[in-house]
Design a protein around this ligand. Structure first.
Ligand code: TYM
Length: 333
């Protein structure tokens, strides 16, 4: 166990967890839990940057917690809690609102994507969301942050904020956190459009595999996944010209933990239905037990609330200490 390494990551409770969350983030969370101290947060303050029905939000917080546990996180080893129950996140975010520059936030592509054409109508929270994300990480002085590639720009902003804070106050308060992004499959793409990432907000359920999907759902969705009628190429260069095919092969290779080359060797020259059958089998074997466990855990909401409460107590202790130091450096009495 590396004592100098502290991992932090967060997942928004805004609907079903999907295969992108699993391969891009959760799977890595579990691996890291075996190596070092980790803090995993259900980021409910982030969720409300877009309106959430309060009852649905409550359910989604518990469901995301269930997803953490069902994929293999252990609340005895890692700190698992929800963001809004530790007020230090919002407090440090305010300080970072005064450190980050407007120009830095204007460059955030995710705000542009999420706000869409009518930016004037987006919430202010959505705009300053990356400052809150920096506060999440730096409140604990985390050194490593496992995320999918879509979060890379936000992490660069977090590093800039840490650096500017340390420079402005001439004190080395914050570490400069390192992103941990999966090499093989940092961005799982939509099953319907290989140029778009798999996402909770995509209107078509056929674009993604949800962790709670049944075996039948998985077979149907993979069968309908976009591909073509030609044969599977025998090299990566040709495969890269077919983003949907490359996505299916990348998912298969990541689930089986074998290289892309090995998969290409197995499936080259065959038609896509061969690959799709194989992929469905592996997905059913790995994803269905997770979905079943999520459903089981949701039967006992008191237990899930207890996990969050215990995690909150542990997180709060770390947050209070660090925030005290920050307040002192800033000059608050
Ligand atoms: P969120 O809730 O959108 O996603 C949770 C995690 O899943 C990853 N992910 C993907 N990875 C690969 N392919 C995909 N299609 C895919 N879709 C989602 C995300 O990269 C993320 O790692 N802003 C963050 C939550 C957050 C956070 C933090 C993360 C808030 N504070 C501090 C790290 C540290 C978000 O919206 O993730």
């Amino acid at each position: 166990m590396d004592k100098n390494k502290l991992v932090f990551s967060g997942v928004q409770p805004t609907g079903n967890l999907h295969l992108g969350n699993y391969l891009g983030a959760l799977k890595n969370f579990v691996t890291l839990q075996k190596q070092t101290k980790c803090i995993y947060c259900v980021v409910d303050l982030h969720a409300i940057t877009v309106f959430q029905d309060p009852n649905e939000l409550k359910n989604n917080i518990l469901e995301t917690t269930a997803g953490f546990l069902a994929t293999g996180l252990d609340s005895k080893k890692s700190i698992i809690f929800n963001q809004s129950s530790v007020s230090g996140h919002a407090e440090l975010a305010w300080i970072f609102n005064c450190i980050a520059r407007v120009g830095w936030l204007n460059r955030m592509t995710q705000f542009k994507d999420k706000a869409g054409k009518d930016k004037e109508k987006a919430s202010v929270g959505l705009y300053i969301y990356p400052n809150l994300m920096a506060a999440d990480i730096l409140l604990y002085k985390a050194t490593h942050v496992p995320v999918g590639a879509d979060q890379k720009q936000h992490l660069e902003l977090c590093r800039d904020i840490a650096q500017k804070f340390n420079t402005d106050f001439k004190k080395n308060i914050f570490p400069i956190p390192e992103p941990l992004i999966q090499k093989n499959i940092s961005r799982v793409m939509s099953l319907r459009d290989g140029t778009k990432k798999m996402s909770k907000s995509d209107e078509s359920g056929y674009s993604r595999i949800d962790l709670k999907d049944s075996a039948d759902d998985i077979i149907k969705k993979i069968k309908k996944a976009k591909s073509d009628s030609s044969f599977i190429p025998d090299n990566l260069k040709d495969l890269e010209k077919k983003p949907e095919a490359l996505n299916l092969i990348s998912i298969y290779s990541d689930l089986l933990e074998i290289s892309l080359e090995q998969v290409i060797n197995e499936v080259k020259g065959k038609d896509y239905s061969y690959l799709k059958n194989k992929l469905s089998e592996v997905l059913i074997e790995i994803i269905c037990p997770i979905g079943k466990e999520i459903k089981n855990l949701l039967e006992d909401k008191n237990y899930l609330e207890k996990v969050l409460k215990e995690g909150t107590e542990k997180a709060r202790i770390l947050a209070v200490d660090n925030l005290k130091e920050v307040r002192n450096v800033v000059g608050f009495i």
